[in-house]
Design a binder for this molecule. Structure first.
Ligand code: FDA
Length: 579
């Protein structure tokens, strides 16, 4: 081993977390290297649901339209169906992923972006291509082996799997985005709570023209209640659309104590036949793999100069579609902080806010995703189908719901209610958007936490209180209509104010840190013709919001302030870790 390669940030892993960290850092001009173990990016669909917050991140990083161009659009995602097989009986549907008219309105009010379905094997190239185009140096077939750290940096030993030799990469910081079996997190000694291997699951990727069973009820997910569907897995058998309507992925459980079955093509075909329910449709199996449902999260996301993101620090099933979303959002939270520490604008203490802000989110989504699995049981219970003695018994229970009896009516009601309750998995808009950060990089304004007026898992509640994401409102600039979120980001702080906020603007311009200023009001650069911003901003016209590069409000003052300069300088000192 001889060569030592230098960089500012070494990223291990090219999945959603590593690729988006690289993209954000390169967008901000921070030198970085990505090493990734395999010769290619993800070669199977894996994560796919892409929520509005992630789309906002991608919008800021300039790749939103690349994703929209390839993703399945929101209106084809929304009829989550429960059935005995695709060709079999339908038991009910949930309008999902913002496709319920009321929820759709909430989506439209919450964000300039639309949710979409972007399979991981298509998402990763978008992120990685843009990162490399902006300066990321990417090394495939390069495996992280170990690291040491000192006061000035981290030295990682990696192995070139093509040549077989090892070399060292010296970086100022290391990001472990190396997934659910993270060696970086283990080597950094990040304490993990929870349990791995809660249940066993198999993914089967296949091609088949299933339009006749799906195009009339377009959906990302079709859940199958069939014999064996409660063994392991993620609540029931799942037929997931990868590309409408001929590329698919089935998730089917196995008994984790007995070990994964032998994943032969014959076995995969038998599962596909069971869930599709039509033996005449030609099916081509592309791949099968076994994985386990995990319920684990790290209490701390960093140790010294080593930071972990994504599945490395939160491991959970795909329920609610939170895997790559949370991974991308972790990276986005971390990247601007690293940049400001590296260029000397911020004290390294700023980096402590990464764990403080993201670990509670990780814990929440791990818990939510696992709870969503458990909340499928009542659908089976409504049909007395949790542990039927025989398949015939299950089919008889399902058929019994059609009887003109009081008992059958009760069964129908229970089934409807159990299916409707699954909105916590398929329409949890609040889980996607209600993150509130509390850390030293947020300056409280002394107002009490208003809490949430509606169920915080289901409904998004905008707020400009420090720690919340800047509310979205459509504003105008000349003939252009844009979101308030479009005025922030791009790696810099932004100060938003209105008429009478001149002191805030002058104060922002006088700081050493780059702060964009946005004045919204009649006759200003930005106008609020619908009055939406005035309703959402929770300040007077002359008040101010200081928004961080990641779109979160860091400081708020409700009114004009003659001492705006001092107030802003003090807030920035605290946010940047100098106080
Ligand atoms: P991710 O696992 O995507 O990436 C880790 C990266 O690190 C990879 O590039 C890997 O090669 C690299 N790496 C690992 N060890 C390394 C080392 N020592 N040296 C160098 N590189 C190393 N989610 C979901 O919502 N729906 C789904 O259906 C599925 N299905 C699914 C199937 C399979 C087979 C897997 C593995 C995962 C899923 N997931 C999923 C989970 C989802 O894919 C996951 O939440 C995100 O990919 C997490 O992104 P990360 O970037 O954190 O890790």
């Amino acid at each position: 081993m001889s060569t030592v390669v230098d960089t500012d940030i070494l990223i291990v892993g090219s999945g959603p977390a590593g690729a988006s960290a690289a993209l954000a850092l390169s967008t901000y001009g921070v030198p970085n290297i990505v090493v990734t173990r395999y010769a290619s990016l993800a070669d199977t669909p894996r994560a796919h649901i892409t929520n509005q917050r992630t789309m906002e991140v991608l919008r800021d990083l300039g790749v939103e339209q690349d994703v929209v161009a390839q993703a399945t659009p929101q209106h084809l995602m929304g009829n989550t169906t429960f059935c005995t097989s695709l060709a079999g009986e339908e038991l009910g549907r949930v309008r999902s992923w913002g496709n319920d008219p009321l929820v759709q309105a909430e989506h439209e009010l919450a964000s300039p972006t639309r949710m979409c379905d972007m399979p991981q094997h298509l998402m990763e190239p978008v992120l990685v291509n843009a990162a490399v185009a902006r300066g990321t140096r990417l090394r495939f077939e390069t495996e992280y082996l170990s690291h040491t750290q000192d006061a000035h940096g981290v030295t990682a030993t990696v192995r070139d799997r093509l040549r077989g030799d090892t070399y060292e990469i010296r970086a100022k910081y290391l990001i472990g985005a190396d997934g659910g079996r993270s060696k970086v997190a283990a080597d950094a000694g990040l304490p993990m709570g929870g349990q791995m291997g809660v249940a066993g699951s198999i993914n089967i990727v296949f091609e088949a023209d299933l339009a006749k069973y799906t195009a009339h009820r377009p959906s990302t997910l079709y859940w199958v209640l069939a014999p064996g569907a409660t063994v392991g897995g993620i609540g029931a058998g799942l037929v997931r659309c990868v590309r409408p309507w001929n590329e698919w992925l089935i998730v089917w459980g196995y008994d984790v104590d007995a070990g994964a079955p032998n994943l032969t093509t014959e076995y995969a075909e038998s599962v596909v036949r069971k869930l599709v329910g039509d033996d005449d449709i030609p099916v081509t199996i592309k791949s099968s793999s076994a994985w386990t449902v995990n319920e684990m999260y790290a209490e701390r996301y960093a140790n010294g100069r080593v930071f972990c993101a994504g599945d490395a620090v939160h491991r959970h099933p795909p329920s609610n579609g939170l895997g790559s979303n949370t991974s991308i959002q972790d990276a986005y939270n971390l990247a601007w902080k690293l940049r400001l520490v590296l260029d000397g604008t911020a004290h390294p203490r700023l980096l402590d806010s990464y764990t403080a802000e993201r670990a509670p989110v990780g814990r929440q989504i791990v818990t939510r995703a696992n709870q969503s699995i458990r909340e499928t049981a009542p659908v089976f219970e409504a049909l007395d189908g949790l542990s039927p003695q025989t398949p015939e018994q299950l089919w008889a229970n399902i058929a019994a719901r059609k009887d003109a009896t009081e008992a059958a009516e009760k069964q129908r009601t229970r089934l409807r209610e159990a299916i409707a309750f699954k909105v916590y998995e398929f329409n949890a808009h609040g889980v996607d958007l209600n993150q509130r950060y509390a850390s030293d990089a947020i300056v409280p304004d002394g107002t009490p936490d208003p809490g949430f007026t509606r169920d915080p898992e289901l409904h998004h509640q905008p707020s400009s209180r420090p720690g919340a994401r800047l509310p979205h409102a459509w504003i105008t600039s000349g003939t252009r209509t844009l979101s308030t979120l479009d005025t922030v980001g791009r790696g810099r702080f932004t100060l938003l104010t209105g008429i009478g906020g001149e002191d805030w603007v002058r104060a922002a311009e006088a700081q050493d840190v780059e702060i964009a200023t946005v004045v919204i009001g009649p006759g200003q650069e930005y106008e609020d013709p619908y009055g939406d911003w005035a309703r959402l901003r929770e300040t007077s016209d002359a008040g101010a919001l200081l928004v961080r590069p990641d779109g979160f409000v860091a400081f708020r003052h409700a009114t004009a302030a003659p001492d705006a300069g001092e107030r802003l300088a003090d807030a920035l000192r605290r946010i940047l870790g100098h106080a």
